[in-house]
Write a protein that binds this ligand. Sequence first.
Ligand SMILES: *[C@@H]1O[C@H](CO)[C@@H](O)[C@H](O)[C@H]1NC(C)=O
Ligand SMILES: *[C@@H]1O[C@H](CO)[C@@H](O)[C@H](O)[C@H]1NC(C)=O
Ligand SMILES: *[C@@H]1O[C@H](CO)[C@@H](O)[C@H](O)[C@H]1NC(C)=O
Ligand SMILES: *[C@@H]1O[C@H](CO)[C@@H](O)[C@H](O)[C@H]1NC(C)=O
Ligand SMILES: *[C@@H]1O[C@H](CO)[C@@H](O)[C@H](O)[C@H]1NC(C)=O
Ligand SMILES: *[C@@H]1O[C@H](CO)[C@@H](O)[C@H](O)[C@H]1NC(C)=O
Ligand SMILES: *[C@@H]1O[C@H](CO)[C@@H](O)[C@H](O)[C@H]1NC(C)=O
Ligand SMILES: *[C@@H]1O[C@H](CO)[C@@H](O)[C@H](O)[C@H]1NC(C)=O
Ligand SMILES: [Cu+2]
Length: 578
Amino acid sequence: MECSYCQLLLIVAIIVVFPVSSSSSSTKRFQFSMMMNLQVEWKTVTKLCHTKPVLTVNGKYPGPTIAVNEGDNVQVIITNRVARNTTIHWHGVRQLTTGWADGPAYITQCPIGGGKTYTYNFTVVDQRGTLWWHAHFSWQRASVYGAFIIYPRLPYPFSPPIHNDFTIIFGEWWNGNVEVIENEMMLYGGGPNSSDAYTINGSPGPLYPCSIKDTFIQTVEAGQTYLVRIINAALNDELFFAVANHNITVVEIDAVYTKAFTTSAIMITPGQTTNVLLTADQIPDSTGMFVMAARPYLTSVFPFDNSTTIGFLKYKSTKNSKPPMPPYTLPKNLPALEDTLFATQFSNNLRSLGTIDYPCRVPQKIDKRVITTISLNLQDCPVNQTCKGYLNKRFYASMNNQSFVRPSISVLEAHYRNLKTAFSSDFPEKPPHAFNYTGVDPVTENMNTEFGTRVLEVAFGTKLEIVLQDTNFLNPENHPIHVHGHNFFIVGRGYGNFDAKKDPKGYNLVDPPERNTVAVPMGGWAAIRINADNPGVWFIHCHLEEHTSWGLAMGFIVKSGKLPSQCLLPPPSDMPPC
Ligand SMILES: *[C@@H]1O[C@H](CO)[C@@H](O)[C@H](O)[C@H]1NC(C)=O
Ligand SMILES: *[C@@H]1O[C@H](CO)[C@@H](O)[C@H](O)[C@H]1NC(C)=O
Ligand SMILES: *[C@@H]1O[C@H](CO)[C@@H](O)[C@H](O)[C@H]1NC(C)=O
Ligand SMILES: *[C@@H]1O[C@H](CO)[C@@H](O)[C@H](O)[C@H]1NC(C)=O
Ligand SMILES: *[C@@H]1O[C@H](CO)[C@@H](O)[C@H](O)[C@H]1NC(C)=O
Ligand SMILES: *[C@@H]1O[C@H](CO)[C@@H](O)[C@H](O)[C@H]1NC(C)=O
Ligand SMILES: *[C@@H]1O[C@H](CO)[C@@H](O)[C@H](O)[C@H]1NC(C)=O
Ligand SMILES: *[C@@H]1O[C@H](CO)[C@@H](O)[C@H](O)[C@H]1NC(C)=O
Ligand SMILES: [Cu+2]
C-alpha cells in the first residue's frame, strides 16, 4: 500500500449546510466547509415538442449551480435514486491528494449503484472562476451537468467593475433516448445519431420547431458591465458563440485569469469554460433585444448537428418579455461553421495573466517528453455481425495506437492496492510508426488499433511535456483533450507534424494559457506542459464523448512523493464497490 505513513490532512472545518443556489451572485466568505445533498433522479422534460424522461440532478435540467469560495472544503453527498450506475466529476477541480473524489467511472472509483450514496469530499485550492460538474458514467452527462462557481478571495484583477454575473451553459438535446443512441453506436460501431438541438441554459430557442416559448432571455441594464460565465457542456461538439453588435472581453479560462482581450466571438470546446466581460453599451432596435447565438465549429467530414441555438440579451428599458417574432438575423460576428482561421486566431490570443498574485508557473525545463498521436480507427466487422461505420466496419479511436479499455475495477484502487493486473504502466511514449500524420491524403487502409489499459506513470514532481499530434485517419479533426487532476500550459501549437528539433524553439514559456482542456488543431499538434504534483490516477481523454467511447483516452499515474502533503489520501470508507 503506497504511502501508508500519510497522515490525514488536518482541516479545521466548520460544517455549514448550504442550499444549492442557481442564481447566487453574492460573494459568500467566512466559510471553510460546505456540505450539500444532491439526488440523481428521472425527470420528465419536453423540448421541441418531444417529451421523455431525462436523467437529472435534483429534477433540474440543466442541473443546479454549485457555488463555493476559493479554499473551501466541499462535501457533496450524491444519492442515486435511479436503477442505473452513475458518478459525478468536478470538471477542472484539481483534487489535490483527493483523487477518490474525481469521479470518472472505473478510473478513480466504481460507479454509485442504484439506491446507493457516496460523498465527494475535496478542497478547492488555488483556483477561482467558473468550472462545471457532470456525470462521468456512460453518456449521462448529456443531461447531468451544471455550473461550478468558485468565488475568489481577492478582488477581480480586471476592470471595469462588474454589475452582476450570469451563466450560459451550452448543451445538446436529442429527441430520442440518449442511452439507446449510445448503445446503438457501441453495438454497430457507427457514428452516433446527431443531436436535434443545441441549448442555452437548457433552452433550444426559436430556430427549432416548436421551441419559440423555450428561449433563454437575459436582462441587462444599459451602461452596465456583466461577467458572463460560458460553459460548453455539449457532448460531441465544439461551438462558436457571439452576441449581436457586442464585442466581449475574455478574462478567464478554465478558472484561470487571462490577459484581457476583446473579441467579436469565442470558440469553446466541450469541457472548456470561458469568462467574458460584456458591456450593455449598444442602442437596441424596436425589439429591445439582441440575438446571442451558438453553432458548431465543424472539422469532421462525418454528419454533425449543424444547427444554431439562439437566445436574447434584453435591455431592461424594453417592455417586451417574450422573444421577438421571426425572422431572426444571426449576429454578423458569429463565425461560419468551418472557420478554422477564427478558431486558430482566438486560441492564439489566450495568455496567462502572469502577475505577482497570479503567476504563470509554466515549467521552464522538462524531465520527459511524450509524443502521442490521436486517431480515429477502423476495425473489421466481427463475423456475423452488422457494422455501420465507414466501409461497414467499426469505428474506434486511440492514442499512440492504444485504444483505451476501462477495466472492471477502478484503476486508482488497483494502483493503491498494488493490483497490477487491472492495468500496465507501459503506455508508449512515442508513436509506434513515424509518418506524415497529417498528410494531404487521408489514411484509409490498415486503420486498425490495439486495445488495452496502458497508463503513463511518472514520479511525483515530474515536469512532463505531452505533444498531442492529430492524424489524418479518414479526416483530420480538432480534438479537445482534457486532463484530470492537473492544469497544464499550452506552450505551442502548430500544423503538420510536430518537429522536436524546430518547434520547441517557438514555445511560449512566458505567459502560455493555463487550462484543463486543449483544442488540438485540426491537422496539427499542441504541446502541453504539466507539473505532475498531484498523486493519483488521472484520466486523459478527448471530451467529444463519442471519441472517449471509442477509446481516445489514456491513464496517467503520478506516484506519491516523500512528504505527507505529497501523498494520495487513503480511500474514504464509503467508496462504492465494483
Ligand atoms: C473529508 O476529507 C478530509 C480530509 O481531506 C477529512 O478530514 C474529513 O474527515 C472528510 N470528511 C468526510 C465526511 O469524509
Ligand atoms: C437514430 O437515427 C436513426 C436514423 O435517423 C433512427 O432510425 C433511430 O430511431 C435513431 N435512434 C434513436 C435512439 O433515436
Ligand atoms: C468589435 O471589434 C471589431 C474589431 O475586432 C470592431 O471592428 C468593431 O467595431 C467592434 N464592435 C463594437 C460593437 O464595438
Ligand atoms: C446541415 O446538414 C444538413 C444535412 O447533413 C445539410 O443538408 C445542410 O445543408 C447543412 N446546413 C448547413 C448550414 O451547413
Ligand atoms: C455465422 O453464421 C453462420 C450461419 O448462421 C454459421 O454457420 C456460422 O457458424 C457463424 N459464424 C460464427 C463465427 O459465429
Ligand atoms: C513528410 O513529408 C515531407 C515532404 O512532404 C518529407 O520531407 C518528410 O520526410 C516526410 N516525413 C515522414 C516521417 O515521412
Ligand atoms: C496499430 O496497431 C495495429 C494492430 O497491431 C497495426 O495493424 C497498425 O499498423 C498499427 N497502426 C499504427 C499507425 O501504428
Ligand atoms: C454497475 O456497476 C457495477 C460495478 O461495476 C457492475 O457490476 C454492474 O454490472 C453495473 N450495472 C450496470 C447496469 O451497468
Ligand atoms: Cu471531463
